[in-house]
Write a protein that binds this ligand. Sequence first.
Ligand code: TYD
Length: 210
Amino acid sequence: MTENHQQADARGHFIVFEGGDGCGKSTQAAQLAERLDATLTREPGGTAVGARIRALVLDPDFPELGDRTEALLMAADRAQHVTEVIEPALAAGRHVVSDRHVASSLAYQGVGRGLGVDAVLELNRFGTGELVPDLIVLLDVDLHEASERLGDDLDRIEAAGSDLASLVRDSYHGFAAEHPDRWAIVDGNGSVGEVADRVAAVVQERLGLG
Ligand code: TYD
């Protein structure tokens, strides 16, 4: 094997969880990261800089924060996250499990806020370069169940309500249908253990991991 092949083999896999608010991604991302001994991270807020951005962009005290500002802040968080956390971990041969990535911006800002998927994708390409996840797990729960799980303590984006939630859900399904090689839809209804087993089966089948 050439040296280049060895380096390519040594690179970790990048797995992303996506889904609407209250779908249980954070719990499932943590479970999978533990199972794979992977680096667990999230967007927004996966770095110290990102934690500041997250606090700002989700703060319900800023109702005036505009949709374009929101998209730019998410992309800025991601740029820092890719450079500081994701790329170095993958390059060092670690698997990375991220709770949300570019598809969140395409769904929430591109479709949900109506900025356009292409415009938001371009913005994110500038921020993140050519990094593409090896697998995106879409955790699918019905909107009623998700809103029950969310409760009443809502951040600025969650507070945008059921129209946004339903646009986001439909866009995720559209992306998954467009790129079935990269996306896997997993039923997020049921106990944490049941869903974790479904996720593990998909990751094993698609990437041969676990
Ligand atoms: P998340 O951390 O998944 O929510 P929670 O705090 O409930 O675990 O995401 C925070 C919010 O940010 C969520 O409403 C989705 C939104 N979001 C976007 O609108 N665009 C993005 O690019 C990302 C990463 C998140």
